[in-house]
Design a protein around this ligand. Structure first.
Ligand SMILES: Nc1nc2c(ncn2[C@@H]2O[C@H](COP(=O)(O)OP(=O)(O)OP(=O)(O)O)[C@@H](O)[C@H]2O)c(=O)[nH]1
Ligand SMILES: [Mg+2]
Length: 220
């Protein structure tokens, strides 16, 4: 069961968590604070989520500050920079504690600013049972960090992230019932555009500025 529907939401509003931890080694500086089109990446992701999610929290490796941009910060619940799945685990624990009625948590990464505006709606519609992980894909590529995760997987995930040597997101998903939702490429003046364009390097950031111009002020 999602959070209560409100007038702004034409579909269920899941609690959501933004993965903003990690080391940003390829970028060389923290990705959530990067500026894209005059806005931080994190602010951009929050703006993209707000119309399609309920309560939003930001996951960092440590919860050194209480809020960012008005949203609560949650730290990883397992230490050691264990990767994105540590953030997914923190998201499940947070939602179980703060929104116990929610069966799922919507998780998105901080470095993919043009993700679809109907992400939550389409992932929700694709689920046929409440034990499924609903995962996004585009152009034949899975985007395992864009998913609706059953909160009930928390204990199993904790076991996995603290014992599996690779902690690959896909490998964890494969152990559970899931459904994949394919999102179309956008047709733009600059050609076909993948809405899951991911920013990892300084060069990716320059390209993202270009796409922002092509897509318009808010990035589509
Ligand atoms: N909570 C948490 N999130 C993480 C961790 N590692 C990566 N992430 C998040 O997972 C998403 C994808 O991670 P990457 O692109 O690999 O980010 P990264 O590890 O900071 O970057 P690189 O060091 O260049 O690999 C981003 O949204 C990161 O914020 C982690 O240890 N804990
Ligand atoms: Mg990484």
């Amino acid at each position: 069961m999602p959070q209560a529907e409100t007038e702004e939401h034409t579909h269920p509003a899941w609690p959501a968590v933004i993965l903003a931890g990690g080391l940003s080694r390829r970028m060389g500086r923290p990705k959530p604070a990067l500026h894209l089109g005059g806005q931080t990446m994190l602010a951009r992701i929050i703006g993209r989520l707000e119309p399609q999610a309920g309560h939003i929290a930001v996951n960092l490796n440590g919860a050194g500050q209480a809020t960012i941009d008005g949203n609560p910060v949650i730290g990883d619940t397992v230490p050691g920079f264990l990767g994105p799945l540590a953030g997914v685990l923190a998201a499940m624990r947070h939602v179980a504690a703060t929104t116990p009625a929610a069966t799922h948590v919507l998780v998105v990464p901080t470095d993919t600013p043009f993700f679809p505006q109907d992400l939550s709606q389409r992932l929700t519609e694709a689920m046929t049972t409440r034990d499924q992980i609903a995962v996004a894909s585009s152009g034949g590529a899975l985007h395992p960090l864009f998913a609706l995760w059953p909160v009930s997987l928390a204990d199993d995930l904790e076991q996995w992230v603290t014992t599996d040597p690779k902690r690959r997101v896909r490998a964890f998903i494969e152990r559970h019932p899931s459904v994949t939702v394919d999102f179309p490429m956008a047709d733009t003046a600059g050609g076909s555009f993948d809405p899951f364009f991911n920013i990892n390097t300084p060069d990716d950031l320059l390209q993202a500025e270009e796409w922002l111009r092509v897509l318009g002020e808010n990035g589509g």
